[in-house]
Every structure is written in C-alpha cells, then in structure tokens.
Design a protein. Structure first.
Length: 264
C-alpha cells in the first residue's frame, strides 16, 4: 500500500512539473512558429523577392526608348531639331542609374559607362526615328509653305513635261537646238536672262492658279524622290551638327556624374 501510494504521489508530482514546464514553453513555441522561415541563399543568385540587378538597367532602357519617341514627336510638331534634348536624356538616365546605385542594385564600377552607352544609344535612336518618321512630313510642310520653293518645283515639273506656253516652249526649243555660239555670247546672256524671267513668271502663275491638292502632289512627288535617293547612314550623319555633338557631350558627361553619385 505504502509503495503504491508513493508511486501515486510520485506520478502526481511529475505531471504537475510537466504542466508547469509546458506553460513556460508555450510562448516560445508560438514565437518560433510565427517567425518567417529563413531565406535560402544560392551562390551566384539573388535572394528570392529581392531586387534584381536587371531591373534598373531595364528601367533605364525603357526610359531611353520613351524619351526617343517623345523627342521624335516634339521635332515633328515644332520643326526644330531640339538639340538640347540630348543633355536632358543624359541627365534623366544618370538619375535613374544613380538611384539604383544608392540602393545597391547595380555594380558601381559599371554605372558611369552604362549611363554613357544608354545616353548615346538613346540619342542615336531618336535621330533615326526622326529621319524615318518625321523628316519627310517636315520637308513637305516647309516646301508647301514656301512660295519660292513651290515656284521652283513647278518650274522643274513644267520643264520635264514641256508644259510652258506655246511661244515660250518654242523659244526654249530654238535655244536648245542652236547650241553654243561663242561669237554672240553677250547676246545669248541677255536672251537667256529674259528667257529665265519668262520661265519663272509662268511658273509663279501656275503656282498661283494651282489648288492646294495640286501643290501637295507636286511637293510630295519631288520631295519624296529627293529624300528617297539619299542613303540612310549619310543622311543620319547630317543630322548631327556642331550643336548636336556639343549637347550630346554634355548629356554623356551629366549621365556619368549623376550615375556615379550612387557609389558614394
């Protein structure tokens, strides 16, 4: 009896101690369960859910494309090359990469070089888009607005189609058939000057009598023919004047400096 009683007492004491210990361990268990599991770091990879090094670069690239499109639209509406835009492009790209560097998302050693490359690439893309999409409408619009240019185009068209007045066309044919005459050079010069005045007078009269649709047709025909005969790369090079190169240099310098701010 005594042995059983002691055993019973011993069992009772053990359960009380276990209950007391469980009450102390319960808060610790709850804290451990509610704690987020540790992230697994793989060598050479970024932590899951963290920023990727490609994000700031992709952001800068998309920004460059958007700036090139905006630049092209601005040139198309203003008929102005807006060379100053190269400086703004470099500044904005440098700011984007500089912020990424302060967050540690890009390698500091390559930020400046990347900013320069993206700036130059954006300017080249903008100039190419201007050449492909904006230059022809600009040239057409400028020619249509210029009476002197329209007169010259009508003069070319009338000469090609032999559509001058009958007496003037006969005079032209006579001069062309006569050939050079060194003995009467002075008379030929006076006669050529008078003939030239008559040619331009009829071309101006033709332009004044033409409808807007006829003017548009003449301008479109000769402007497209002229621009279409030019190679792409030489025309692209002509879009970079002295001021364009100056602003591009300032833009590249600003991009480099602003991108390097994030390394400090």
């Amino acid at each position: 009896m005594g042995g059983r009683k002691r055993a019973g007492n011993t069992g009772t004491d053990t359960s009380d101690d276990g209950l007391h210990l469980a009450q102390h361990l319960l808060p610790c268990i709850i804290r451990d369960v509610s704690r987020s599991p540790p992230k697994v770091q793989v060598y050479g990879a970024h932590p899951s859910g963290g920023p990727s090094a490609a994000n700031p670069v992709m952001t800068a690239v998309l920004l460059g494309v958007g700036l090139a499109v905006a630049w092209t639209l601005l040139v198309a509406f203003t008929h102005n090359p807006v060379s100053l835009g190269a400086w703004g492009v470099g500044g904005l790209i440098g700011i984007v990469l500089g912020r990424a560097g302060r967050r540690g998302e890009t390698a500091s050693a390559s930020q400046g070089t990347l900013a320069i490359v993206l700036t130059v690439g954006t300017v080249l893309l903008a100039k190419a888009m201007i050449l492909v999409f904006a230059l022809r409408p600009i040239v057409r619009d400028e020619l249509v607005r210029s009476p002197e240019a329209r007169t010259a185009l009508f003069l070319i068209d009338m000469s090609m189609h032999r559509s001058f007045s009958s007496d003037l066309q006969a005079e032209l044919d006579k001069v062309n058939a006569a050939g050079p005459d060194t003995g009467r050079e002075a008379q030929r010069l006076v006669r050529g000057f008078e003939l030239r005045e008559r040619l331009f007078a009829e071309a101006r009269a033709r332009d004044s009598a033409a409808t807007p649709a006829e003017r548009e047709r003449i301008v479109r025909s000769y402007a497209d023919s002229l621009l279409g005969s030019q190679p792409f790369l030489p025309m692209l090079g002509r879009l970079f004047g002295l001021w364009d190169l100056l602003w591009l240099g300032l833009g590249a310098s600003s991009a480099w400096k602003l991108a390097q701010i994030g390394t400090g």
